[in-house]
Design a protein around this ligand. Structure first.
Ligand code: FE2
Length: 420
């Protein structure tokens, strides 16, 4: 609470940013609960693998972020809902203390879901008070962190969907997250013929600049020298990927990177992870089917292929006589005439390692751990998926996952060397 409420109120009236951010805060927080609403309490507690977290944990952790980064640091007198939650729901912030082990998040049957909801309400009330009443100095220090917290929660909103989809895929009943197809989750099919867009290369600029929000990993904006290249006007479809499978794509070692071939052998990969082969006893049919948030559906040959690892994307590109674009080629072609499906369908694997841009500096304080320390052993994905909250991404946005990750809404767009 500010020392002088009346002057703080005058501050808030002079700053429409507060109202804008407070409104966004309410909408983003409400959307997380809406995404969880089709799920039972049992659904929301399950953890199907170490990489995926329970829905209940996501709901609590996103609240923890506001509590740890904004309220505890900038709201004098803030009282924590439960001091034990500071340990339970810290994800990976070493500077904020020890954490409950990530692979054991599914063991947290307590606190109950209702307690997590109460935790969210406690944090929401404190945040709304803070945004309305904080003195100007505290507000100016905290407002960028509120913005970061909202973008952080939107990232977890996508993870709520990807993680529960993996959990439900492990259930022999193959239950749907929701039966009706929500507009936000619809994968628009493409009937565009594959075409190649010639890009001249040369010195291009990459990275974020300007006033709007961006994560630190998108900065600084810098020059890149690109050779001439061609990039596909659209994403690779399920129908095209089915041809790769039918042509023995998962059986031809020459198409695969060494680590990718090892993953194929170790995991028995024969198709994208949620594809259901004809005759599969879990959902008998004479044709390929795909398990998704709306349950088991016939494979749509025109829909972008999804839930691919980097290894599978790279093997497909090899089979197709092409390659994956670098993240800089992808960004350079964004907005080029004829370029379609850049966002809202699937994240697109690139051939770029997740590295710092020249001159990159992490944010100050605990949030410096947000991105920079993960810049090794991962690949960049660009675009945005059908599960990404509307308005969350930008052309400079850098998503990243290890090359073997198969549970995200990730597909590919092809590229080739040369301009013709
Ligand atoms: Fe997080």
């Amino acid at each position: 609470m500010p020392a002088n409420p009346s002057s703080a109120l005058a501050d808030s009236r002079a700053d429409p940013w507060r109202e804008t951010l407070a409104g966004r805060y309410a909408r983003v927080r409400k959307h997380s609960l809406a995404l969880a609403s089709p799920l039972s309490a049992e659904d929301q507690c399950i953890q199907s693998m170490p990489d995926a977290s329970p829905t209940k944990w996501h709901l609590a952790h996103t609240s923890w972020f506001f509590e740890a980064v904004v309220l505890a640091a900038h709201a004098p007198g803030y009282r924590r809902f439960d001091s034990r939650f500071f340990h339970l729901f810290n994800s990976y912030y070493e500077s904020l203390g020890p954490r409950h082990p990530r692979p054991q998040r599914g063991l947290l049957t307590r606190p109950a879901l209702a307690e997590v909801h109460a935790y969210r309400e406690h944090v929401d009330a404190a945040m709304q008070r803070f945004m309305a009443q904080a003195a100007m100095a505290a507000w100016e220090a905290a407002a960028p962190l509120v913005e970061l917290g909202l973008n952080h929660e939107q990232q977890h909103q996508e993870l709520i969907l990807t993680d529960i989809l993996h959990a439900l895929s492990c259930n022999p009943l193959l239950p749907a997250y929701q039966d009706a197809e929500a507009p936000a989750l619809r994968l628009a099919a493409s009937t565009e013929p594959l075409d190649w867009i010639a890009m001249p290369g040369g010195v291009v600029q990459a990275g974020h600049a300007g006033q709007g929000f961006a994560f630190d990993n998108e900065t600084p904006r810098h020059d890149m020298l690109l050779a001439p290249y061609r990039i596909a006007n659209r994403l690779v479809t399920c129908g095209e990927y089915a041809q790769f499978i039918a042509d023995g794509g998962y059986e031809r070692v020459a198409l695969w990177l060494s680590d990718g071939w090892a993953a194929v052998q170790a995991g028995g990969w024969k198709a994208p992870v949620y594809w259901i082969a004809p005759g599969d006893p879990r959902a008998p049919a004479e044709h390929w089917q795909v398990f998704g948030l709306n349950g088991v559906r016939p494979l749509d040959p025109a829909a972008p292929v999804s839930q691919l690892s980097f290894y599978e994307a790279a093997a497909y590109a090899e089979w197709a006589g092409a390659r994956l674009p670098t993240e800089f080629e992808w960004e350079g072609a964004h907005g080029a005439p004829g370029m379609t499906q850049t966002t809202g369908h699937v994240w697109q694997w690139t051939r770029s390692s997740y590295d710092p841009y020249p001159g990159f500096r992490p944010l100050a304080g605990a949030v410096g751990e947000y991105n920079g320390k993960f810049m090794v052993g991962q690949l960049v994905l660009r675009g945005g998926s059908s599960a990404t909250p509307a308005g969350h991404t930008r052309p400079t946005y850098r998503n990243f996952f290890p090359p073997g990750a198969r549970w995200q809404f990730s597909g590919l767009r092809l590229a080739k060397d040369g301009s013709c």
